[in-house]
Design a protein around this ligand. Structure first.
Ligand SMILES: [Fe+2]
Length: 282
């Protein structure tokens, strides 16, 4: 297949933008016009949505306004925030490829969270979310890929949640280069991108770019290392653009109304994490 490595996940929603000569084949029947998609030249990376519909809708509106070709979600979609069902419904509607985060895996394997944290507020909030998901929503989460490699007009992009081999391991600006070598492996790509830390990052590493788009729904002020985070009242994402073989990466920050975030959190007063969210937004 030319142009795009689907890595076991169907590329479902290439938008029909751009000139027809950028069309490429992504199907088994070369004469099936439905199997032609348009090679994306721009990509929005959204991650760590954490059931914040207000923030997700702000990001999707900005993606649309900028005319970005495609969206990929890097995981952690439904837990902690007040709108798990609505955020999943929005992703289903969007039809974008999704990578499995640790919090998505917690929905599918209830015991797994205990290998990550024993903080009662987090454990209980994850349980609160699981109780609200139906089988169709769990099946949707189970469809997420662990990694995805794709090409933007010839530029390789490799996507994951924490690292290519772990949705719980953090890659930070201060991660030693030798550890970064081991974590990233030798996949042929110029851009490596994952979320998980809730901290935006654009790091040059041995000629490659290591990107973290930050968090759509729960951006942190700084690395938390097991302590309670300060959640910032904005939404974060990243975009990658390739024009005539020249790649550009941008980190976006969209200010949100603290009052609107407060009001949204207050819609789920029985969510065990709500008081913490209100304290951040209030
Ligand atoms: Fe997360």
């Amino acid at each position: 297949m030319g142009g795009l490595g689907c890595d076991g996940q169907v590329w479902r929603s290439g938008r029909a933008r751009g000139a027809p000569w950028r069309a490429f084949l992504c199907g088994s029947n070369p004469w099936d016009l439905a199997s032609f998609l348009v090679m994306p030249q721009s990509l929005a990376l959204i991650s760590d949505l954490h059931a914040n519909l207000l923030a997700l809708d702000a990001v999707l509106a900005d993606v649309e306004r900028r005319g970005i070709d495609q969206v990929v979600c890097l995981g952690d979609v439904a837990t902690l925030g007040p709108k798990p069902n609505e955020v999943i419904a929005r992703l289903v509607e969007l039809g974008c490829p999704c990578i499995m985060g640790n919090h998505d895996a917690f929905m599918l394997d209830p015991d797994l969270i205990h290998s990550y944290t024993e903080a009662p507020v987090v454990v209980d909030a994850v349980q609160w979310c699981r109780q609200r998901l139906g089988q169709a929503e769990l099946d949707f989460l189970a469809s997420f890929s662990s990694t995805l490699r794709l090409e933007l007009d010839g530029v390789g992009v490799y996507l994951y949640h924490g690292t290519p081999s772990s949705h719980m391991t953090e890659l930070l600006a201060v991660t030693p280069p030798e550890q970064l070598d081991a974590e990233l492996g030798d996949v042929d790509a110029l851009v490596y991108a994952g979320g998980h830390t809730h901290l935006q990052m654009l790091r040059q590493h041995r000629g490659k770019w290591v990107v973290n788009p930050g968090s759509v729904g729960m951006p942190f002020e700084q690395s938390v290392s097991g302590t309670a985070p300060v959640i910032l009242p904005h939404a974060e994402y990243a975009s990658i653009w390739v024009e005539e073989g020249r790649p550009t990466v941008m980190l976006h920050r969209l200010p949100l109304s603290p009052q609107a975030l407060y009001d949204q959190a207050n819609l789920a007063p029985d969510n065990p994490i709500t008081s913490s969210l209100l304290a951040c937004y209030g």
